[in-house]
Design a protein around this ligand. Structure first.
Ligand SMILES: Cc1cc2nc3c(=O)[nH]c(=O)nc-3n(C[C@H](O)[C@H](O)[C@H](O)COP(=O)(O)O)c2cc1C
Length: 305
């Protein structure tokens, strides 16, 4: 019996662990440290229709319990992904979620259509991107936009769609329900929280982009709460993300309702954190005679979902 198997509904993974988008590249560097097929899946860096150079520097800032980044979706574009990165990753024997980003629903649809016949676990739609048509608000804050975008992508791409919402809003439930209604097969919660760092010597914002996305241990309670809230509202699986660095963190997300788990910032501090988590959770499951499936959502037991 594989106690660690993670059920995403549309697929069963050998364990719940995958890197969070943007924190692992396409896995080339990490593949020199460990076999990527030890992971449940790999999530790629965002792919946009055209190459993007990203934001001006500085693009990273340390914070007391995490980091701020303003990378700005730097990537080599759809053509580069299809030519160089995807064929390499497809040779590693690990299920792949390609993270997709864009400025309009049509840009998402363009990338999704081009990937539609690829051998992939699915697409992860990053809805934290600003929508150029709606004055720069993130797609994910507006349930109508979420519905329209996910439906549009579904029209051109039969692959399972995992929708990564933005946490920068008052209530995750409405956009989560909109994603589900539009055909999302799973949700990823959460992306980074918007934040700011000031360089007191220069008396200016520290990041070239002024604001950045906060990640790491500081955001874990926010992420756990959004996973908890969404679990009570939707019937599709949730992939939990935000500050996971140890087995204890992983357990907390599973208990709150996450069916699988992503690890981002922790991999910058410890590049071996993912295989260590795979082993650590497997040992914990044996010691405690339980399975991932039994743990998912268990903290809700006794409370009506
Ligand atoms: C340097 C960096 C780059 C990121 N790039 C992306 C990206 O391209 N697409 C995306 O959906 N999320 C991106 N994220 C967000 C992460 O995937 C993740 O949601 C967030 O960092 C929270 O997880 P963590 O606390 O484990 O880092 C990025 C995060 C970091 C730190």
């Amino acid at each position: 019996m594989n106690r660690a198997a993670a059920d995403l509904g549309f697929a069963r993974l050998k364990n719940p662990f995958m890197p969070a988008s943007g924190c692992f590249g396409w896995g080339r560097e990490y593949s020199r440290l460990f076999a990527l097929d030890t992971l449940g899946a790999v999530v790629t860096k965002a792919v946009t229709p055209e190459p993007r150079r990203g934001n001006p520097g500085p693009r990273l800032a340390e914070t007391p319990a995490g980091m701020l980044n303003a990378i700005g979706l730097e990537n080599s574009g759809l053509e580069g992904a299809l030519r160089d990165d995807l064929p390499w990753l497809q040779g590693q024997g690990v299920p792949i979620l390609v993270n997709v980003a864009g400025r309009t629903p049509e840009e998402y649809a363009r990338v999704a259509e081009a990937l539609a016949d690829q051998d992939l676990l699915g697409l992860e739609l990053n809805l934290s991107c600003p929508n150029v048509r709606e004055g720069g608000i993130a797609f994910g804050v507006d349930p109508d936009l979420v519905y329209a975008l996910v439906s549009r992508v579904g029209e051109v791409c039969p692959l399972p769609l995992v929708v990564k919402l933005t946490p920068n809003l008052a209530d995750i439930v409405e956009p989560a329900l909109a994603a589900q209604a539009a055909g999302a097969r799973a949700l990823t919660l959460i992306n980074t929280l918007r934040g700011l760092a000031i360089d007191s010597k220069k008396r200016r914002p520290l990041l070239g982009n002024i604001s950045g996305g906060l990640s790491g241990p500081a955001i874990k309670p926010v992420a756990l709460y959004q996973v908890w809230q969404a679990y009570r509202a939707v019937s599709i699986p949730i992939i939990g993300c935000g500050g996971i660095a140890g087995v204890e963190d992983a357990l907390e997300f599973l208990l709150a309702g996450a069916a699988a788990l992503q690890v981002g910032s922790a991999a910058f501090a410890n590049p071996l954190v993912l295989p260590q988590l795979v082993r650590g959770l497997a040992d914990w499951l044996v010691t405690n005679d339980t399975t991932v499936s039994e743990l998912v959502g268990e903290a809700h037991r006794g409370r009506e979902v």
